[in-house]
Structures are given as C-alpha cells and as structure tokens.
Design a protein around this ligand. Structure first.
Ligand SMILES: Nc1ncnc2c1ncn2[C@@H]1O[C@H](COP(=O)(O)OP(=O)(O)O)[C@@H](O)[C@H]1O
Ligand SMILES: [Mg+2]
Length: 289
C-alpha cells in the first residue's frame, strides 16, 4: 500500500515537521510507503484527473487546502480527512452550524453578518444584539484561526467594537463565554470513532488553554459524557480522526469548544505517551483492507 502525505507548501516550522516525521515513521513501521509532498508539487488543470502522476492508494491531507483535496477526491483518491471534513473544521462558523444541527452541545454562538473588504462595518446594531443575547464578557472568534491566536475576550461593548475593527472584514462569530471553563479544556483525540487519548489543558494566566500560549497539560481520564460528546462531534463532521476540545459547563456538563481536523498531536504524545500517528496509520490500513 502506498500513500502521500500532503502538507502545506509554505509553512515549514519545526512544529509541523515533527508531526510529519511521526506520521512517516509510523507508516514505515507498518510497511506502508508514505511519501511527503508539498501541495505545490501536486497540481493539475481543473477537471483533469492528475494523469501525470501515479496516484497513490490514499492521501493523508495535513493541509487546509481543501480545493486540492477535493480535486484529488474527484480523481478517485481516498483522502484522510476528506475535503468536506477539513473544511467543516477549518471554518468555525461552519463547525458550529453542523454540530448544532447534529444536536451536539456547543456554547451559544451567533455568526456575525457578512461584510466586504471595501465596506467593513458601518453599523454595529449586530454587536448590541449579540451582547443582549450572549452577555458580557463575550468571546469573539474569527472563523479561520488556530492556536488561540484569533480568539478574543471582550469585557465591554467598546472593547468588542475595537476587536471587531481590528478583525476588519474577516468572518467571525460571537460566543457565550463559558466562565466555568476559563483557561481550561479537555483535548480528546478520536480516531476511527474511538477515543484514543485525552489530556487536560489549563492556563492560569489566560482564558485560552492552548499550549502554544503557555497552557499546561496533564493526562486526563474523560467522563463517559465527554467521550460520547467527542465521538458524536467527530462523526457529525465526518472526521476519520480529530482533536475535539471540550469545555466544562456550569454543572461540569461537556460542551464542544471546537474540533480540529489536523490536531497538533506532538503535545498529546509528550503528555500521554500515546502516539496518535500510529493510530491514524493503523486506522487507514484497516479502512483500505
Ligand atoms: N466559548 C468559550 N468559552 C470559554 N473559553 C473558550 C471559548 N471559546 C474558546 N475558548 C478558549 O479559547 C481557546 C481557543 O479557542 P478555540 O475555539 O479552540 O480556537 P483555536 O482554533 O484557535 O484553538 C480554547 O481552547 C478555550 O480555552
Ligand atoms: Mg483549539
């Protein structure tokens, strides 16, 4: 069996290279030939079928370039995660719409109205409405973002307005701030519908628990409700593998914060000793049997 590991052409930080190395090593151990390719090394005219390439049995798609993923699928290649699944995680507004539709508990969320680059916002009625419905402080989250870098907490309407002005015309959502989970959440890794690893992330100095922001981590045994929520969320978004972030609600109830289609699992390995790459490779081998 042979596969391609497709990665972003321009992002070459060690943080990402570590993930690629773990996937390549796990494939090798399983006698699967996995070739690392940058997205720009694979291209074809729209509507063509990549006939200049010997297409692999599968692709592990470690990029957010869902258009390339979609074209590969159209050419008949099995892509893990699928283009649709990656998109439904990458666009957080889309994630919340799909999770809510599937009955998965999420923080109360309002999607900001669309504007355009040349127009921006010239009327903030929508901000007043969001604060009326969700209260203060309020979370403002860009639809596309990671490592907590595009997630903000506004204590007042003026702060919220300043944040929105900085975001400019990019898509974002308002979200109820789950105070009982301030700086703390659970990352649950799901592969092939099974929970394979879990850790608690916590930060005393920031409302965001992301490790890259200075969050700490420790192994964690999730409750049945948290496990159930993680697997249902992964299924709702058609993910073969996922990192599901779960908040602690007021009565400890589990609430999905977001879902990652390409979870950064090096920290999970450091924290729990569990190598998600091995689980992903084993799962793909089973699926393609
Ligand atoms: N509605 C919320 N209530 C409380 N904390 C939140 C909420 N949304 C996000 N957070 C905190 O911010 C962090 C980053 O938000 P998240 O939606 O996971 O974005 P990213 O993709 O950047 O990680 C979360 O891990 C969590 O600690
Ligand atoms: Mg997150």
């Amino acid at each position: 069996m042979n596969g391609w590991l497709i990665v972003n052409s321009f992002m070459d930080s060690d943080k990402f290279k570590e993930i690629y190395a773990l996937l390549l090593e796990s494939a090798k151990l399983k006698n699967i030939s996995l070739k690392l390719l940058k997205s720009q090394e694979i291209s074809d005219i729209v509507g063509s079928d990549f006939s200049n390439y010997t297409l692999p049995d599968f692709v592990i798609f470690w990029d957010k370039d869902v258009l390339l993923a979609q074209m590969l699928e159209n050419a008949g290649v099995r892509v893990f995660n699928s283009a649709d699944a990656i998109y439904s995680c990458d666009n957080k507004a889309q994630t919340y719409i799909r999770l809510a539709q599937a009955g998965v508990r999420i923080p109360k969320t309002i999607i900001a109205p669309k504007t355009f680059e040349s127009i921006g916002y010239n009327d903030f009625t929508f901000l007043k409405n969001a604060i009326d419905r969700l209260g203060l402080p309020i979370i403002i989250k860009e639809s596309f973002g990671s490592f907590g870098q595009q997630v903000f907490l506004a204590n007042t309407e003026d702060e919220a307005k300043a944040i929105i002005e900085r975001i400019g015309y990019k898509e974002f959502v308002f979200q109820e701030f789950i105070k009982t989970s301030c700086g703390k959440d659970v990352r649950i890794n799901v592969v092939g519908g099974q929970v394979v690893a879990s850790m608690l992330r916590y930060n005393e100095n920031d409302f965001r628990s992301n490790i890259i922001n200075g969050g700490n981590m420790k192994p964690f045994i999730p409750s049945d409700a948290q496990k159930q929520l993680a697997t249902v969320a992964a299924k709702a978004l058609n993910l073969d593998f996922a990192g599901v972030d779960i908040l602690f609600g007021p009565d400890e109830e589990a609430i999905v914060c977001e879902v990652n289609s390409n979870p950064h699992f090096k920290s999970t390995l450091e924290c729990t000793g569990i190598n998600i790459a091995e689980h992903i490779i084993n799962y793909i081998a089973e699926e393609l049997k």
